[in-house]
Design a protein around this ligand. Structure first.
Ligand code: GLN
Ligand code: ZN
Length: 757
């Protein structure tokens, strides 16, 4: 029984890739040293997997930026604006595509978006008529050669043609990218034929089979895979699906004329019986039993049972053991976490440990002696399940006492509007920001010094207060209408709150790639969540004491706390989310009690984490929205609730946003030229909206004219009484000169528009 991983993290256990990449982009490292470091990391990761007992190591999972970008390069789909005459799609071209800069040249970077329901971002392939595809990069072959030379049994991994096309976009209106399928498949054939000369297995990732498969794709799937398997012969193709079940595509997947199919039994365990009962003879089934998305140890007894059951049905020679998806989404090595609480340490497994689990499973199925490690696993799981740290009686009681009424605000939005307008007396088109102000190197340094124990808590607090003072003065001078305290005390909108809640713990090196060289270190949510004391109240209250203008309290919502953490898997996510909501509800009420009249609950990640298939969204959205309502519904009518979401794809969810019943919602809108407001108009969204009129993801300063024209657009769609003026998102990544100039222009545009109305 072969063991394999679908992919391994690329960054290195100490984020070595990030360091060298950023040095290269800065010009302090050469291309040669970058390439050399890449080779070292690849080799190290293969070694690590082999030593842990993995039979087939993945090749092609490594990337200097993104594997979809590499695929774009490999098939020669480099958009015109990045092309240079006669050039291969080399590394510099790829960085140009991803980052929009190359030396002095610049061009709009390619779009980046989230990889299915994960927090990883891929580069979106661009398709247009008359596009030519040809094999344009030899990286994959070189890496394969490298692995073979070093003696590793290698399995090349690449995105399959259907997923590749489905995740792309047309750059010319009216064009249908599926017209390119045939030409693309020809390039894939060439790739596979070349790979097949030196490997036994080739993994083609088609997670699109676990998603809403476009009709155009469905009709072609079987024929295309027939071509691909022919091209790959005698090598075997393994079609990998993950992040959900096959469901309506089950038969299609079973009919594929390839040698193997991988299914994700962590996210969709229920699909197994149907698969087995129809399993074609002599086909390999790869069981995704070890979670590639989360950090908990696998229940080895249970996994073994599943693998044995599958073996009985289809024969053990036909079974492979794998991770549910690529391990890209988990940190590399738990062994580095010396500071982690030993009790919790014992419950976890990172990429390296997960490889070890696969090996143990293989041994068990082969009848090798595994009693001791299996017993150890059993005890760790039992310790976790029975731990006092996981369950808090007080939280359980609160959860049991929840009734539907508690999540409903007492007054209608019209009644609230009247009470709030009396209280705040805001002008038409009120101006505000989304919360954070620049996190300068000085602020980071102060925080670092505090954490290292070089300055006292009092000194730290004093410094933060000075920053708050300055930002209040700045807002006063700028003429903004609703202020914020600036979020200077926060490292990150999730980590900050998680650090102040019971039920979370934190790793030192638990980084996962977000995009390019950027990584995030999600907190680990292991137990019942409780708020031992107020978190943000003192800062907000202090800011409010400095001004007569309303200061907006700034919180992170329960769904975002959930989606940006590694979440316990021993109870439904819904329940964990409601616990988070209860904790944040207490914070909302304390803010109100402290005299804060406007409270913003950010739900930047509301849309993430939804199942891949749209028909399953309803259930997830309904508890997500419930959790938001539970968080915010306890306040009185004259307390104004805001929410913020920083993405612009509101398709299919505007009704849900209305159901959240926030008095004001601010959204990202500047890049889409307010087009998305239409969706709000279509569902007659009843409350106030602040469409972002300044793209804070770019250092560009928007002119007064530009902002005015966006405001005019917005006013064509929404009544002035319901429109707010604000940037797309928080300003923490911007510099002060940019912020000063842009806020100045924003307030000028709003003031001018106001008097013209
Ligand atoms: N209040 C947060 C900030 O301004 C919101 C960030 C976000 O939505 N990503 O930084
Ligand atoms: Zn945002």
């Amino acid at each position: 029984m072969l063991t394999h991983t679908l992919g391994f993290p690329r960054m290195g256990s100490r984020r070595e890739l990030k360091t060298i990449l950023e040095a290269y982009w800065k010009g302090t490292a050469t291309l040669e040293s970058l390439q050399a470091d890449g080779r070292v990391l690849r080799r190290l990761h293969w070694q690590l997997q082999r030593r842990a007992g993995i039979d087939l190591v993945p090749v092609g999972d490594f990337s200097f930026y993104d594997h979809m970008l590499d695929m774009i390069a490999m098939v020669g789909a480099v958009p015109e604006r990045f092309r240079r005459e006669g050039e291969q799609a080399d590394l510099d071209t790829r960085f140009f595509m991803a980052r929009g800069v190359r030396g002095n040249a610049s061009a709009p970077a390619m779009e980046m978006t989230k990889w299915f329901n994960t927090n990883y971002h891929y580069i979106v392939p661009e398709f247009f008529p008359k596009q030519q595809f040809r094999l344009s990069s030899s990286d994959l072959f070189d890496h394969l050669e490298e692995a073979i030379q070093a003696g590793f049994p290698a399995k090349p991994v690449l995105p399959g043609p259907f997923t590749f096309l489905a995740l792309g976009k047309e750059t010319v209106e009216g064009f249908d990218r599926w017209q390119h399928l045939d030409a693309l498949v020809s390039v894939y054939e060439a790739i596979l034929t070349r790979l097949a000369t030196c490997c036994q297995w080739i993994q083609l990732d088609e997670p699109i089979l676990a998603s809403d498969l476009p009709r155009a794709a469905r009709a072609e799937f079987t024929a295309v895979y027939k071509r691909l398997q022919n091209a790959a012969n005698p090598a075997r193709i393994l079609v990998a699906t993950y992040f959900g079940g096959l469901e309506e595509n089950l038969e299609l997947a079973l009919d594929l004329p390839v040698t193997g199919l991988h299914v994700d039994l962590v996210s969709a365990p229920d699909q197994l019986p149907a698969l087995l009962s129809q399993w074609p003879t002599s086909r390999y089934l790869s069981l995704g039993l070890v979670d590639g998305r989360n950090v908990w140890r696998t229940d080895l007894d249970q996994a073994r049972e599943v693998a044995e059951y599958a073996s009985q049905w289809i024969g053990e020679e036909q079974v492979m053991l794998g991770t549910s998806c690529s391990l890209l989404h988990v940190p590399v090595d738990l062994e580095l976490e010396h500071e982690l609480d030993p009790e919790i340490f014992n419950w976890l497994a990172f990429a390296r440990q997960k490889c070890g689990e696969l090996n143990l499973l293989r041994s068990a199925l082969a009848g090798e002696p595994v009693a001791a490690p299996f017993e150890e696993n059993r005890q760790a799981l039992a310790a976790r399940a029975g731990s006092k740290r996981v369950r808090r009686q007080s939280v359980r009681h609160q959860m049991e006492a929840l009734t539907p009424e508690i999540s409903v605000r007492q007054e209608t939005s019209d009644q609230r509007r009247i009470a709030q307008s009396e209280r705040f007396n805001l002008p038409l088109l009120p101006t505000t920001t989304i919360g954070s102000f620049p996190q300068t190197p000085e602020i980071r340094a102060v925080r670092h010094r505090f954490r290292q124990g070089h300055i006292t808590a009092e000194e730290y607090q004093q410094t933060i207060k000075e920053y708050i003072c300055q930002v209040i003065d700045f807002q006063e001078e700028s003429g903004l209408d609703v202020f914020v305290h600036g979020e200077f005390e926060r490292t990150d909108m999730v980590e900050y709150f998680a650090e102040h809640l019971e039920g979370f713990c934190f790793t030192r090196h638990g980084w996962v790639q977000s995009y390019g060289s950027r990584c995030v270190k999600p907190p680990v949510l292991y137990g019942d969540v409780e708020r031992p004391h107020p978190i943000s109240v003192q800062w907000t209250q202090y800011a409010q004491s400095l001004t007569g203008k309303p200061v907006k309290g700034m919180l992170t919502g329960p769904v975002t706390l959930l989606n940006w953490s590694f979440v316990r898997d021993d109870q439904p996510r819904r329940e964990t989310c409601l616990q988070l909501a209860l904790a944040m509800r207490a914070e909302v009420l304390d803010l109100e009690e402290a005299g804060i009249g406007i409270i913003q609950v950010d739900e930047a990640a509301l849309r993430e984490g939804l199942p891949l298939r749209r028909e399953q969204w309803r259930d997830s959205l309904s508890w997500a929205v419930d959790a938001f309502r539970l968080t915010t519904s306890g306040v009185r009518k004259h307390t104004q609730i805001h929410t913020h979401m920083c993405y612009s794809d509101f398709n299919h969810i505007v009704e849900w946003l209305a159901f959240m019943d926030a008095d004001v919602i601010s959204i990202e809108a500047s890049r889409s030229h307010m087009e998305l407001l239409q969706a709000f108009q279509n569902v007659r969204y009843p409350n106030d909206i602040g469409p972002g009129i300044w793209d804070i993801h770019s250092p560009r300063i928007p002119s007064v004219e530009e902002i005015s024209s966006l405001l005019c657009r917005a006013l064509q769609i929404l009544p002035a009484e319901r429109l707010w003026v604000n940037p797309d998102c928080g300003l923490k990544t911007r510099t002060w000169p940019e912020v000063r100039a842009s806020i100045h222009n924003m307030v000028s545009a709003a003031t001018a528009m106001r008097s013209a109305l």
